[in-house]
Design a protein around this ligand. Structure first.
Ligand SMILES: [Zn+2]
Length: 483
């Protein structure tokens, strides 16, 4: 349908994972400490204090520029962005304006219609994070705000994309790819609260553009954009116009709200930061050696481990997951490669997400041991899931880790096997004896009778047997007993 093409561009702010702040020696490891404990005259903006640029932060930003195929400019410059707000103690933010560190570049994503697609990067610049306001009380009474400057001066990079995305889903893919790339580069930790904030521009082709400010989660971006697409399409359908402007995403309600118009008019009076020299780092960037990035690791997973394209994409789309996979298969059995890919990409991720747990909860050695039990056919897939759940529960309850083999023994999950002890044969004899009617139905060719018998046998073995195996043994037993 023409006329409803969605156009999305993103501005992504990421905290660089350095040890100290951008212009002073204060530690960036502030999250578990009390408010205003990681501050000094520089990041408090006291008169007479002078900023000293953190070399590591510049190097990190250049790594990102190189990985995103950008060109680092001959001369970059810091500027002051002037505005008054309580989270900004100096009343200006040191950022980059008309001479950013890098321009151009792109990120490759999978397009909605299939195939690879390049989202162009406009620019990357370095700036300092403002402090953090904590709003207390509620709208009716006792409303006041506290300010915490621990975050003031944390190094940020802002990555601005061209409006090349065509759906909220493509925006999510762009962010996922960006996050993975930054983590592979070792410059960003996505698990730190507030480490990523996004401003999203969205419009329907031919209409005005709306900016949704300060979305603070990956899922939030897709939700906010999906809400906006519906809102804007509905306006147009009713013959109304989309107003150009700024909106806020209200995460708890999944909606966007118009910002007060006052918040939209800015004159930042940018001028070059007089306390910092321009940056000439072009020759430096040539010497930066990039590590393996998500795309090449994905291809390697397909070649080296025989992963399917989907599994390879899922596994390498997250640095921790990719490392976890390689730790699990490290002992080397080839049969483990595809088993591990399926179990990690499909089962483990689902179980972790369901519990809101992170991958840290699972020891790759234990997980590998569990897969070995499945590979050696000593437990069924179903029991494997049960063991995994016990392992995750134990971690959640901070109990001492039991090995998968010990869990299997304790819960008596060893696969019952007709040949060895005849237990299964006994079970099947019982099922046949106790369900004469179903047996008759089966002999009279009624569909479903066999499934019923298999189900009864599964119940008796408490899911420890392989249903295909049971099916085969029951058919065999019925054929042997007076047909
Ligand atoms: Zn400081």
């Amino acid at each position: 349908m023409t006329g409803t093409q969605v156009i999305v561009g993103l501005e992504v702010h990421c905290q660089l994972d350095t040890h100290s702040k951008l212009f002073c020696g204060c530690s960036t490891d502030y999250r578990s400490d009390g408010p205003n404990t990681h501050v000094c005259p520089v990041c408090l903006g006291l008169p007479g204090s002078m900023p000293v640029l953190n070399k590591k932060a510049v190097e990190y930003a250049m790594r990102v520029a190189k990985a995103l195929n950008c060109s680092v400019l001959h001369e970059a410059e810091f500027s002051r962005k002037n505005y008054f707000y309580p989270d900004l103690d100096k009343a200006y933010q040191i950022t980059q304006y008309d001479k950013p560190l890098a321009k151009g570049g792109y990120i490759e994503i999978e397009a909605d219609e299939g195939g690879a697609k390049r989202v162009q990067i406009t620019r990357i610049h370095v700036e300092e994070d403002p402090g953090r306001l904590v709003h207390m009380g509620n709208a009716e009474r006792g409303r006041y705000s506290l300010v915490d400057y621990n975050r003031a001066g944390i190094p940020l990079i802002e990555i601005v994309s061209e409006p090349d995305m065509r759906s909220p889903k493509e925006a999510r893919k762009f962010l996922n790819k960006l996050r993975a790339t930054l983590e592979y580069l070792g410059v960003f930790d996505s698990e730190k609260e507030g480490a990523l904030r996004v401003d999203a521009n969205i419009s329907i082709k031919g209409s005005e553009r709306v900016e949704v400010k300060n979305i603070s989660s990956y899922k939030g971006v897709e939700k906010a954009l999906t809400f906006e697409v519906t809102r804007q399409k509905n306006l147009l359908r009713r013959g109304q116009a989309v107003e150009r402007g700024t909106r806020h995403f209200v995460e708890a309600r999944g909606i966007t709200q118009a910002a007060r118009s006052k918040e939209q008019e800015h004159d930042y009076r940018y001028f070059p930061e007089p306390d910092l020299r321009p940056l000439y780092v072009q020759s430096w960037v040539a010497g930066i050696v990039l590590p393996e990035l998500p795309d090449s690791r994905r291809e390697r997973f397909m070649v080296q481990y025989g992963c399917s394209a989907n599994h390879a994409r899922t596994l390498t789309g997250d640095l921790r997951l990719a490392n976890f996979y390689e730790q699990v298969v490290a002992p080397g059995q080839k049969e483990l490669f595809s088993l591990a890919a399926t179990w990690i990409a499909d089962t483990l991720i689902g179980e972790l997400n369901y519990r809101g747990m992170s991958l840290d909860a699972v020891d790759p050695k234990d997980f590998g041991a569990l897969l070995e039990l499945i590979r050696q056919n000593r437990i069924t897939d179903k029991s494997g899931v049960e063991v995994l759940r016990v392992m995750l529960d134990a971690h959640q309850n901070r109990q001492h880790g039991e090995t998968p083999a010990a869990i299997v023994a304790r819960l008596n999950l060893t696969k019952t096997d007709g040949g060895e002890d005849g237990a299964l044969a006994g079970t099947i004899r019982e099922v046949i004896a106790q369900n004469a009617r179903a047996v008759d139905d089966y002999r009279n060719g009624k569909n479903g009778a066999l499934n019923f018998l298999v189900g009864q046998a599964m119940k008796k073995t408490r899911g420890r047997s392989d249903p295909h195996e049971l099916n085969r043994l029951i058919v065999e037993a019925l054929n042997n007993t007076g047909g």
